[in-house]
Design a protein around this ligand. Structure first.
Ligand SMILES: O=C(O)CCC(=O)C(=O)O
Ligand SMILES: [Fe+2]
Length: 361
């Protein structure tokens, strides 16, 4: 397997010079070239999303994964008590940030990771927080979704953390905007046809991840659900929820995607972002594109990654497919925000979060 994987990574780095060709098991698009020849890139995107459901994006202006990795490692290296000052309220009841911030490792599940999550609404605003609307003493979902970000204290040893993260939010977001237009083209629409979903106040989420390894744990400390044959799982099999996911895996293996029921390694490619789509985007395109199931396995060492979930505005209308057919779904949510919060509240990390009982539809 190692030789085979080694071959794949070699092919990938060779081919990344050469845009829009088949790239080992996955397609690649060159983002800078896609601006020049968007129709060609759109064809690659639709072929990839109809088949594997994953592709690489390379040649992303200003994207240097080493810079982002440095910031990611710096954050997770902070002492736990410092990180806990940024923890979401569910993990640290004295804190006021409910939706964005730090998620510590939760022992005992297939998911074994810590995360720092950043949204698109600037810094945490304590005055706005105090003015939140409550119904039966529970905050409105809309207010939670638009919560700002908490940041670690300024560190003169590494003053660039916040600026670097904001810079990468911007790079990912621009990449998302460009990819969305390529997707619109690939559906035979005008390139700006889907832009209205992402007009303002987008609920995109940037997530830094650190997976500590459990390989040296005793068997009794590892839950059965984290074991699949020889593999130790650190993020269980799932499809992403929302629209477009852009993922930096840095130089790490560990990501596996399911193809025809078989788990396939997704090799790292330097300075690339992996792209896949979530279940909602799959619905929006009438099932034409796949929201591919994937998981992460324990590599026997610390693993870092940085996904960005490029998600639309709270009020984006999710009731119809791109070609105007009604979408039937449990709960009949018509707007993205309530749908997303309902879905998020079902995840273990959010099980103790109060998302409010007032479900706008
Ligand atoms: O860490 C990774 O490589 C993948 C993470 C992932 O699938 C997710 O956060 O949805
Ligand atoms: Fe995922």
């Amino acid at each position: 397997m190692e030789t085979q994987n080694g071959d794949v990574i070699l092919q990938n780095s060779e081919k990344s010079q050469n845009s829009m060709k088949r790239n080992g098991p996955l397609e690649t698009i060159d983002l800078a070239a896609a601006l020049e020849t968007p129709k060609d890139a759109a064809k690659v995107i639709s072929r990839a999303l109809e088949n594997e459901g994953f592709l690489y994006i390379v040649n992303i202006p200003d994207f240097e994964s080493a810079e982002l990795l440095k910031a990611t490692k710096w954050f997770f290296n902070l002492p736990l008590n410092e990180k806990m000052t940024l923890a979401r309220k569910a993990f640290e009841p004295e804190n006021v940030n409910t939706f964005r911030g730090y998620n510590p490792v939760i022992p005992g599940g297939h998911s074994y990771k810590e995360a720092f999550e950043i949204g698109m609404f600037g810094d945490f605003d304590y005055d706005k927080h105090k003015k939140k609307t409550y119904i039966d003493s529970r905050p409105l979902m809309r207010d939670i979704a638009m919560e700002g970000n908490v940041w670690p204290d300024y560190d003169p040893q590494y003053p660039k953390f916040k600026d670097t993260i904001i810079k990468y939010c911007d790079i990912y977001r621009k990449t998302g905007e460009q990819v969305l237009q390529l997707i619109a083209l690939s559906l035979g629409l005008e390139k700006t046809a889907l832009d209205h979903l992402f007009q303002s106040n987008i609920l995109a989420m940037f997530r830094l991840l650190h997976y500590p390894s459990r390989v040296n744990f005793s068997r009794s400390e590892i839950p059965d659900e984290a074991i699949d044959g020889d593999e130790l799982i650190t993020t269980g099999a799932h499809a992403d929820s929302s629209y477009i996911t852009l993922l930096a895996t840095f130089d790490n293996w560990g990501l596996q995607m399911q193809q025809k029921g078989v788990w396939i390694d997704v090799p790292p490619i330097k300075d690339s972002l992996l792209m896949n789509i979530g279940a909602l985007m799959s619905e929006l395109v009438g099932g034409r594109f796949r929201a591919t199931i994937h998981r992460v396995v324990d590599l026997g060492k610390d693993r870092f990654s940085a996904p960005f979930f490029y998600s639309p505005s709270f009020d984006a209308d999710i009731s119809k497919t791109y070609d105007g057919k009604d979408i039937e779904r449990p709960g009949q949510y018509k707007k993205y925000g309530p749908w997303m919060l309902k879905r998020t509240s079902q995840f273990k990390e959010y099980s103790s979060t109060d998302f409010g009982v007032y479900l706008e539809k």
